[in-house]
Design a protein around this ligand. Structure first.
Ligand code: APR
Length: 237
């Protein structure tokens, strides 16, 4: 378990050109959550749901990591045991910046993967459409689905989040509105906490955070990285 938990959301990838969910022009303004990201929508709207995630996959193909992803990957490689990186994002920008699979947890799934609804086998398909990969599971013939957690579904990776929260001393929250994960509560569980968003969110009480940065992640990240390094090298406290 690590001393520092870095938890990111859609905002960290915004400057790389990937839409956030709840900001103006965000994905949930253009699409209904009930139609494409809710438990049961694979039964009621299978084609529409597939099409939505096919489009998300195609969208990230040419996107490149920004300075915030890169600096976090550098930090993780410098302090592999002291830092844990967990993201709500289903994009692959941390991986494109050099993060290995075992170095990051995707709490809400991963766009480049499909999962069989019957046998749960996971298939890496890159950036192609679901149907281009296969009409059904190559192993058992079951139906395939995006390997993404929908609202109303269990999120198995949250177990790792709980474990990290129980142990970490510093939580760094970057680019999330806090509507899905209660980051205010997380800040209360840890000794030190940093919040970086573009602007305040109704779902976050920033008074619980030790440090708050309302600016672009690429502008804030150097100072945040310095804070993390100082923290780990015990240069303050
Ligand atoms: N730098 C830092 N923060 C930013 C930037 C930026 N350049 N651009 C936007 N933000 C911040 C916004 O201020 C906002 O608080 O990112 C946040 C984006 O919030 P949401 O769109 O709600 O995204 P997120 O919190 O990641 O959503 C959580 O909701 O729909 C589900 O599963 C989906 O993982 C997602 C979850």
């Amino acid at each position: 378990m690590s001393k520092v938990l870095i938890l990111s959301g859609a905002g960290i990838s915004a400057e790389s050109g990937i839409s956030t969910f709840r900001e103006r022009d965000g994905l949930w303004e253009k699409h209904r959550v009930e139609d494409v990201c809710s438990a049961g929508c694979l039964d009621t709207n299978e084609d529409g749901t597939k099409k939505f995630y096919d489009a998300r996959r195609a969208d990230i193909k040419d996107k490149v990591p920004n300075y915030a992803h890169k600096l976090i990957v550098e930090l993780k490689h410098k302090y592999p045991d002291e830092i844990s990186v967990l993201t709500q994002n289903i994009d692959d920008l941390f991986e494109k910046a050099g993060m290995k699979e075992h170095e990051i947890v995707h709490l809400h799934g991963f766009l480049r993967e499909l999962r069989c609804r019957e046998c749960d086998e996971i298939f890496e398909i890159g950036y192609i459409n679901q149907d281009e990969f296969a009409g059904e599971c190559p192993s058992c013939g079951g139906k395939l689905r995006p390997n993404v957690v929908f609202f109303g579904e269990a999120a198995p990776e949250y177990q790792k989040l709980t474990q990290e929260l129980n142990r970490c001393e510093l939580i760094v929250v970057i680019g999330t509105s806090g509507n899905v994960l209660d980051v205010t509560y997380f800040a209360q569980l840890t000794d030190y906490s940093i919040l970086n968003n573009l602007e305040p969110s109704d779902a976050i009480d920033d008074s619980y955070f030790t440090k708050v940065y309302y600016e672009k992640a690429t502008d804030a990240i150097a100072e945040i990285a310095e804070y993390i390094e100082d923290f780990l090298e015990a240069r303050f406290v």
